[in-house]
Structures are given as C-alpha cells and as structure tokens.
Design a protein around this ligand. Structure first.
Ligand code: PMP
Length: 362
C-alpha cells in the first residue's frame, strides 16, 4: 500500500508511527535477547527494568505524579475499573456521586449501581447544543465515598475544561480518552484511570493512578484482580499482565517525552482541534452539536447538513485514505478522533477532503 492512511478511529486508535516501527524492528529480538518481548517472563529482570519500572517512571515524569500516588497497569481496560472503583472505595451504606455527561458516564453509573447507592448529581443538557451544567447547580453529597466523572466523553465529544471541586470527597476521573493529552494537576484527583487504547497504547490494559489514603480493604466479594491493595503489593504482577501491550505503552511514553512532554503535545492537540472546529463552524455544510465551552479536543463529532450524503462521505473519505470517520451508532454522523498520535498532516488531509466534498455536493 503506497497511499498514506490516517486513522481517525476512537479506539483502538492510531499509534505513533515511530513506535510501530520500533516495535517492528524489535519484534524477533528484543534488546539482544534473541526473543520477542512477547515471549519473556514478566518477572525477568529485563521486563521489570525496561518495561514495568521504566513505564511507571516515565508516566510519573510526564504527569508529575506526586509520591503519595500509586501507579498500576491492569488488564481489563477502563470497564474493569467501573466495578473496581465502587468495590474498593464504597464503604457499607455509603453512597457515591456520579456526573453523567454521556455514554461512558452512563456505563460507569450502571456498573457502580450494582454495588451500592449511586446519586447522579448532574447530567449534561441537550438544548440546541450539548452542554455541561456549571458546578453551582450540582447537588453534591458531602458524605459521598467519591465523585466520579468522565473528563472526556469519547462518543459524544464532550470534554470538561475545568476540574470539579469536591472538598474532602475524592474526585475519580475516567480519563480513558484524554489522559496525557495536556498537563493536569494529579493532586486534584483521588483516582485517575483509563484504558490504554487511545493515547497510551493498544487495548487490553489500563492505567490506574490512586492516592495512597484511598487504598483500603475492599468489599469482601471483590475479585482478587480488582483488589487495589493486592495489586499494589504485587506491583501489578498478581497474575500475568498483558505484557506486549505494556511494552508498547512504554514505547509510547518514551515517544511522548521525545515530543517535549505534555506541554508540547497540548499545543499540538489544540492546533489540530482549532483547525477542525474552525472549518466546521465557518460553513453550513457541516456542524458540531456541542457547546463551545465543552468541545472535546480529542473526539470531534460532526454532521452533514444532508444526512443522505453520509454514506457517500464515508465511502469517498475511506478511498482518500481517511479511515474510520463513521460516528458512533448512538450519535450518528461522523467523528474524527484526533489523539496525540494524529499528525497535523492528518487533520489537513481531512480538511482538504471535507472542503472538496462540500464543494462537489453542497
Ligand atoms: N471510558 C471511556 C471514556 C471510553 O472511551 C472507553 C472506551 N472507548 C471506556 C471507558 C471503556 O474502555 P475499555 O474498552 O478499555 O474497557
């Protein structure tokens, strides 16, 4: 294949080309061992030093994670944490507060409701545009075990550009689709977690960053793999972790450091999003249904004024090397996911296509 293909998939998403090339070069002989990293023990010195310890150190450096936080790399993606969080954090008879800003919030709420009482303290509103209500309208419970929210809703393209203030109630954030996209203050949070398959690596693994005072004895029925105490004691090695995914994560973290870290990647992400939203806003052929205050810098859903053209748009964009632009089935239309690894040239190619499609069909 000679045509450059840009992958706008929401996840599993594109990985940096340099990372894929390094993985390809090391596939059969990792670090001179004559073995693939897939074939070595997670307990080998090489794996511990070069993948497990290095990825944790790099993540700590990239996000400036304070020392009183643990970092776990766990199988099961973000969905596993939808259950692990209430099981580890909700004491008997305690409630948990949740903010509902879209499809992933709803899934987290549904799962937590199986383990205790959940109070939905705020929900995104859809008038003409989708928006997040300001915090003064939320009904927070000062005795809640935690407040959970989804800083970036991958399907709906709704992102918080502010951090909820919860006083002594720990703030828990599902950052699956915006982790590492910009600097943030980890100390604002009790737990940050996310699946890897957008900004960190391939699917099958997730990261959990947890403040040490929140590590306590979980509900008695908690499966051993969801027990944070056990995973912390075992440095995420209670059982065999998804070693190859973890290895790729370590390469992505090294790549991110080479890009200049989170300040630099934030600039890159802002530029891409501004270009795309700017173009969508300046013509009548395309539109985005999210309020300016909470548009996602990672996932840009957009519709065509005439939905009868959706099929043609998708066929022709795919033929032009712009892959996976179909919106989620619950939202319809299109969605361009432009995570860290998407180069500006990918967004430029998409804009060229969108302009010429509008000219031909408008
Ligand atoms: N939360 C968010 C915000 C997501 O985007 C996703 C996956 N798209 C999930 C949770 C679920 O992640 P996983 O498939 O890794 O369990």
């Amino acid at each position: 294949m000679t045509q450059t293909v840009y992958n706008f998939s929401p996840g599993p998403a594109m990985l940096p080309r340099e990372v894929m090339e390094q993985a390809q070069a090391e596939m059969l002989d990792w670090r001179g061992t004559g073995l693939s990293v897939m074939e070595v023990s997670h307990r080998s010195k090489d794996f511990i030093e070069e993948v497990a310890n290095r990825s944790e150190a790099d993540l700590r450096e990239l996000m400036s994670i304070p020392d009183n936080y643990h970092v776990l790399f766990l199988a099961g993606g973000a969905t596993a944490q939808f259950s692990a969080i209430p099981m580890n954090l909700m004491a008997e008879n305690q409630t948990a507060d949740y903010v509902d800003t879209g499809q992933w919030s709803k899934k987290a709420i549904k799962e937590a409701s199986r383990y205790g009482e959940v109070s939905v303290v705020a929900a995104s509103q859809k008038d003409e545009l989708v928006s997040i209500p300001s915090q003064d309208s939320w009904s927070l419970n000062s005795n809640a075990a935690y407040l959970h929210y989804t800083p970036n809703e991958t399907i709906d393209g709704v992102e918080f550009h502010w951090v909820p203030q919860t006083g002594d109630v720990p703030l828990v954030a599902d950052m699956s689709s915006n982790i590492l996209s910009r600097p943030m203050d980890v100390s604002d949070y009790g737990i940050i977690y996310g699946g890897a398959q957008k900004n960190m690596g391939p699917a099958g693994i997730g990261v959990v960053i947890i403040r040490d005072d929140l590590v306590k004895t979980p509900m008695p029925t908690t499966p051993i793999l969801y027990n944070y105490q056990v995973e912390i004691e075992n440095k995420s090695f209670y059982n065999t972790p998804p070693t190859y995914s973890w290895y790729l994560i370590s390469l992505v973290f090294a790549w991110l450091k080479k890009q200049g870290g989170l300040e630099a990647i934030a600039e890159h992400n802002k530029n891409k999003a501004q270009k795309l939203y700017g173009f969508i806003d300046e013509n009548d052929f395309y539109s985005n249904g999210v309020d300016l205050s909470c548009r996602s810098l990672m996932n840009v859903p957009f519709s065509l004024a005439n939905p009868d053209l959706d099929k043609l748009f998708l066929e022709q964009s795919a033929a032009a090397g712009l892959a996976n632009l179909k919106g989620h089935r619950l939202v319809g239309g299109m969605r361009a996911s432009i995570y860290n690894a998407m180069p500006e040239a990918g967004v430029d190619a998409l804009l060229d296509f969108m302009k010429s499609f509008a000219q031909k069909n408008g």
